[in-house]
Design a protein around this ligand. Structure first.
Ligand code: COA
Length: 352
């Protein structure tokens, strides 16, 4: 038995491949750093090619996601009336549950893209801003959120984030999507289940708590003592550790470059490196042999914060990116025709 299925191969995929020891991740055979140039829409087209149609292009995907944002925005008020002031992650769970089974795949990221800004604005008593189908999704999300045309550098940075974070192999939510799809349940069910798996703080729920860690560490009187207490109490320090990328995550480098291009967060980038070095030193003392390098969520949290996304929305914005993967993996799994049904090892009372 492999606890947590670590290292267990559960699927064959054409979608991505990671070589963590070389700090490499390929999406459909392309190095992740090249994927940045495709933008979010180009990355979705790349992932969905052959699963959601053939000959998909970046421009075609931008059109499809724009048109579906406009359609999805027409259902936003009804949903907001149901969810009231619930936390955003709960509200998103309900929003996805309201989607019909025969949804077109583009409606999934598009629905998230219009729902998140609308819910955040409703909190502040502000009306939703209608989507602009002619814009790339990242720019439109910022426009709908802030009620004004976005700064070009911020729009580019969010676009890079969405492209870079779209596909990452067999994370728990992607595996969930594949499991649900393997029973021939609908794509909507697969994506809703993936979202539920995603929201946990060890997974897609990590970027908000990561920013909390950076903020709290920055004002700690004695950083080493603060870290030591956390480690001794068994607390997980968000933003550190990863099941696959144990340091040298190429996505972090891409996000860092996007932040640097924006000219933002220089002080916070420096502090993040300082925190990582202190954690390594404290680990040497408190848990010798354990390594917990910074994971991609530190750069992700700094980037999302720098483009003006409130931290309660970090997980939902991350899901816009990752839902592209859930769709592709769900459809790839369905194509295998084989239901996922693993076995368990019985350790209960003796049986005859
Ligand atoms: N802070 C403190 N301790 C941590 C830790 C962290 N961030 N990450 C792992 N550990 C501890 C584990 O508790 C475990 O301790 P134990 O052996 O005493 O039980 C040990 O380090 C080994 O854990 P490991 O096998 O490397 O972790 P994992 O593969 O099970 O978990 C994560 C990977 C990502 C879930 C884990 O590192 C984590 O919780 N990170 C914080 C949340 C986060 O940033 N998630 C986003 C990842 S992109």
């Amino acid at each position: 038995m492999q606890p947590g299925l670590e290292g267990v191969v559960v699927a064959e995929t054409v979608l991505s491949h990671a070589a963590p020891e070389r700090g490499m991740l390929w999406v459909r055979g392309r190095p992740i750093l090249d994927v940045v140039g495709l933008g979010y829409e180009g990355t979705v087209a790349l992932l969905w090619e052959g699963f959601v149609g053939a000959g998909l292009t970046r421009a075609g995907m931008q059109q499809a996601l724009g048109a579906t944002r406009v359609r999805a925005s027409k259902q936003t008020n009804g949903w907001l009336a149901i969810v009231g002031g619930r936390p955003l992650d709960e509200a998103i769970r309900i929003r996805l549950a309201l989607l019909p089974d025969d949804i077109e795949p583009a409606a999934i990221p598009a629905t998230l893209a219009v729902s998140i800004p609308a819910a955040l604005r409703a909190r502040a008593g502000a009306p939703a801003v209608a989507p602009d189908a002619s814009l790339p999704l990242a720019a439109d999300v910022l426009r709908m959120l802030h009620g004004a045309p976005p700064d070009a550098a911020q729009a580019k940075a969010l676009d890079t984030y969405l492209a870079v974070m779209a596909e990452s192999g067999m994370g728990p939510a992607t595996f969930t999507a594949r499991t649900v799809a393997s029973t021939r349940a609908s794509l909507t069910s697969a994506v809703l289940a993936a979202w539920c798996s995603f929201t946990g703080p060890l997974h897609g729920g990590a970027p908000g708590p990561t920013l909390d860690v950076l903020d709290a560490a920055a004002v700690a009187d004695d950083l080493d003592l603060w870290l030591e207490q956390k480690l001794k109490s068994g607390e997980r320090i968000a933003g550190f550790g990863h099941r696959v990328f144990r340091g040298n995550d190429p996505r972090a480098a891409a996000l860092r470059a996007a932040l640097e291009q924006m000219g933002a967060s220089a002080g916070r980038l420096q502090f993040a490196a300082h925190l990582e070095a202190h954690l390594a030193a404290v680990l040497d003392r408190v848990k010798p042999g354990r390594r917990l390098p910074a994971n991609v969520e530190i750069m992700a949290a700094l980037l999302l914060d720098a483009v003006g996304i409130p931290r309660e929305a970090f997980t939902a914005i991350f899901a816009i990116a990752r839902s592209a993967s859930w769709v592709a993996h769900a459809l790839e799994q369905q194509n295998t025709g084989r239901m996922i049904r693993p076995a368990s090892h019985y350790v209960g009372p003796a049986v005859e």
